[in-house]
Design a protein around this ligand. Structure first.
Ligand SMILES: C[S@@+](CC[C@H](N)C(=O)[O-])C[C@H]1O[C@@H](n2cnc3c(N)ncnc32)[C@H](O)[C@@H]1O
Length: 346
């Protein structure tokens, strides 16, 4: 069964455009139609404000032509016993596909990549993930399997253009909805700091939505260069002001005279964010909002981040005044979730 959005026929075209623009349409499956309704396969549940007059349903959507063509192409190239190891999903960044391949497929990587290219004619390159995200800059190593390496692409997230240097920066297209949701929570004239901004997706979304001021910090110079280029590309639609800063967040906080002056602090560096919690005290004004991201075990994700945050803030005489939300963003490992915690801090 696949998640779907059931929508009255007359709203189908605007809904289709909306879902494609936001990267929410699951292109592995075909759209279904009956007399009165259209059913769109979607990759995740929508916010109620996003689902128009629709209803979320679970349906057996037929595979799309592209998926059928990929499976047919590859089936003729690899032994039938290996079909079960074929990838069921991949990441698309602009017109590049990044895929993780099972070790059993080692000898057939080129055929699989050619299969992806021939069934998705708009795709210009297929890369294989050859490492996990690692090191300070959280960059993943990629190997070109088919097509031509564009080195740099412009990925669209909710209509915002993001410049991505594929081999030099961290970027996950799976965070698009999170960037969008956070931007909708930011009010007019707010002062925001994003301590681990990467290519600056949060700041770009926020500045598109409100006339806020956003400090965007990252230790990776390539990521900050991407952000600067994106600011130029999106210049006309930005209502807010972004300050791109290449620095170690800790050193930047020590050197800047910004004591408790921010309405909102964003910390999306889930593997290490707990180590930087002291910065929250120096940056966040009383009753300001913290967006904190961490990896939490599946059996305790609803409360483990709150427990740890509460303990860490207590050291500075601060406490959690309000829990605005604790949400699963995605599965990180078989027993861990990437969790987003939003709290108001005293
Ligand atoms: C998970 S990525 C950021 C993702 C980004 N917030 C997004 O939503 O797309 C973590 C980022 O933290 C940066 N980073 C790691 N240590 C840092 C530090 N001490 N100060 C500033 N940035 C740091 C890395 O370069 C990397 O871009």
């Amino acid at each position: 069964m696949t998640l779907g959005l059931k929508i009255p026929k007359k709203l189908a075209e605007s809904t289709r455009r909306f879902l494609i623009q936001r990267g929410l349409l699951d292109k592995k499956y075909k759209v279904i139609r009956d007399q009165s309704f259209v059913y769109f396969p979607i990759i995740m549940p929508l916010e109620s404000s996003e689902s128009f007059n629709g209803e979320i349903v679970d349906l057996d959507f037929p595979l799309s032509e592209a998926t059928i063509n990929f499976k047919e192409y590859v089936s003729s190239k690899i032994p039938s016993t290996l079909i079960q190891y074929l990838p069921s999903s991949w990441d698309q960044i602009d017109d590049v596909i990044v895929v993780e391949l099972h070790p059993m497929l080692e000898l057939y990587k080129s055929s699989i990549a050619e299969g992806i290219m021939s069934s998705h004619p708009h795709i210009k390159a297929v890369f294989e993930k050859i490492s996990s995200v690692s090191g300070t800059t959280r960059v993943r190593r990629l190997r070109l399997l088919a097509g031509k390496d564009p080195v740099k692409v412009v990925h669209k997230e909710y209509g915002i253009q993001l410049v991505i240097r594929l081999h030099e920066v961290y970027f996950s297209p799976r965070l698009g909805l999170e960037h969008y949701k956070v931007s909708k929570m930011v009010g007019s004239q707010e002062k925001v700091v994003d301590l681990f901004t990467g290519v600056g997706a949060f700041p770009l979304h926020i500045a598109t939505n409100t006339d806020s001021e956003i400090y965007a910090i990252d230790i990776n110079p390539q990521a900050i260069e991407c952000l600067k280029e994106s600011i130029q590309l999106n210049y006309k639609r930005l209502k807010g002001r972004i300050h791109p800063i290449c620095a170690d967040s800790r050193k930047w906080v020590a050197g800047a005279n910004l004591s408790q002056s921010f309405d909102r602090v964003i910390m999306n560096h889930p593997s290490r964010a707990y180590e930087f919690l002291d910065l929250v005290h120096y940056l966040l004004r009383p009753n300001g909002i913290l967006h904190f991201y961490s990896f939490e075990r599946e059996d305790r994700w609803q409360w483990s981040s709150l427990l740890k945050l509460s303990k860490a803030l207590k050291v500075y005489g601060r406490r959690i005044n309000e829990v605005i939300g604790v949400r699963k963003i995605r599965l990180y490992s078989p027993h861990e979730f990437h969790v987003g915690t939003v709290i108001r801090v005293s």
